[in-house]
Design a protein around this ligand. Structure first.
Ligand SMILES: NC(=O)c1ccc[n+]([C@@H]2O[C@H](COP(=O)([O-])OP(=O)(O)OC[C@H]3O[C@@H](n4cnc5c(N)ncnc54)[C@H](OP(=O)(O)O)[C@@H]3O)[C@@H](O)[C@H]2O)c1
Length: 334
């Protein structure tokens, strides 16, 4: 089968489309004929080797973290799926493998596709949709009437986060440039700050919860606009000890390393009286089913910015890496 394979870390030249043997499903796996695969910044970060310390995969490795497609075989212990089912999934992090004509997925990571979507739209959901749901519902515990600040509302995660926050009842302020303003408003953002002309720290409002998708200076400025006693969850700044304990199976060495690298951010947060958490999202078929339900009920829309044929996956990744995508980027297999 054709697959996009990471052979060595570095730039795009270290990965290529090639023929590899199709994967064989283990007892709890489903084998999926991939119809489409979503792209995420983690794909090019992985390619650059930035996640080596955390995920430690063996190379060569088929890249790709999310997919939608049809089940073509099931492992002997699989209970929830049958050949012919249309499924979508965020695949296991250390296994990846979604940028291929066929991929194995643990049945717990997959769920049936929303009935009203095609493979392209379904493949755009899992990683970004789960990240937004897990951050807003499980970490920030967003409640009706709360004032929520989301940095970077126009990208893959942001377009889900705005809608999920509105579904949870929050008042949403987000940042977007002129290029993304109409989109984020159409998804329900109540206030939009054009980050290219206004400093976040100059915003007069004070917020009950913060979801940071940008990191760096943006996160620093967010500390200035939160009410004391509140919480910021970031997915783009630096991991902290809780990340290792809650999201990476309590790996002690990582916890110590994250304690050191996040010291500055945690000190900054402490001075502002705010708690800081870096979330590393996890695959979950159960959470995906919740997103599928919202989509079938018309409460959540999937925003696909660009679709590329699989043969042009390098071009698709380059576009995503430009940092300008509005919603998601997807490759289709046929
Ligand atoms: N920890 C986790 O589990 C996890 C999960 C998912 C994603 N992430 C990380 O979260 C980040 C966001 O992911 P994504 O998929 O949403 O990325 P993305 O789709 O590539 O985001 C692109 C969008 O970001 C906007 N943007 C760029 N710089 C901005 C700034 N300074 N302020 C506000 N908006 C800005 C761009 O808008 P303009 O073109 O208008 O500037 C563009 O629409 C990435 O770093 C990703 O690696 C982490």
């Amino acid at each position: 089968m054709r697959a996009y394979v990471l052979r060595h870390y570095g730039g795009p030249e270290g990965s290529l489309l090639m023929d590899v043997p199709a994967p064989a499903p283990g007892p709890r796996d489903i084998l999926v004929r991939v119809g489409a695969a979503g792209l995420n910044p983690v794909d090019f970060k992985f390619r650059q080797g930035k996640l080596r310390a955390i995920l430690r995969p063996k190379l060569p490795l088929v890249l790709g973290n999310e997919l939608a497609g049809e089940v073509i075989a099931v492992g002997r212990d699989v209970k929830r799926f049958r050949v012919g089912d249309r499924v979508f999934a965020r695949v296991a992090k250390e296994r990846a493998g979604a940028f291929a004509e066929q991929a194995c997925v643990d049945e717990d990571a997959a769920t049936h596709m929303p009935r009203n979507l095609d493979f392209t739209a379904a493949a755009a959901i899992p990683l970004a949709g789960l990240t937004a749901l897990q951050a807003l519902r499980d970490e920030l515990h967003v409640e009706p009437g709360q004032k929520l600040f989301i940095s970077g509302g126009a990208g893959g995660v942001g377009t889900f986060a705005i809608q999920i926050a509105k579904w949870l009842g929050a008042h949403v302020t987000t940042t977007a440039s002129k290029r993304g303003e109409a989109l984020v408003r159409s998804l329900g953002a109540d206030e939009v700050i054009d980050y290219t002309v206004q400093d976040i720290s100059s915003v007069a409002a004070r917020f009950d919860a913060g979801f940071d998708l940008i990191g760096g200076k943006t996160l620093e400025q967010m500390f200035e606009i939160m009410k004391p006693g509140t919480k910021i969850v970031s997915i783009a700044a630096l991991p902290e000890p809780q990340t290792a304990i809650k999201d990476l199976a309590g790996r002690r060495a990582l916890s110590a390393m994250f304690w050191i690298i996040s010291y500055g951010i945690r000190s900054r947060a402490r001075r502002a009286g705010i708690s800081y958490r870096y979330l590393f999202m996890h695959p979950s078929g159960t959470d995906l089913a919740q997103l599928a339900e919202l989509i079938e009920q018309g409460k959540l829309k999937v925003i696909v910015d660009k679709t590329y044929p699989f043969a042009n996956i390098s071009e698709a990744l380059a576009y995503l890496e430009s940092g300008r995508a509005k919603g998601k980027v997807v490759v289709t297999m046929s």
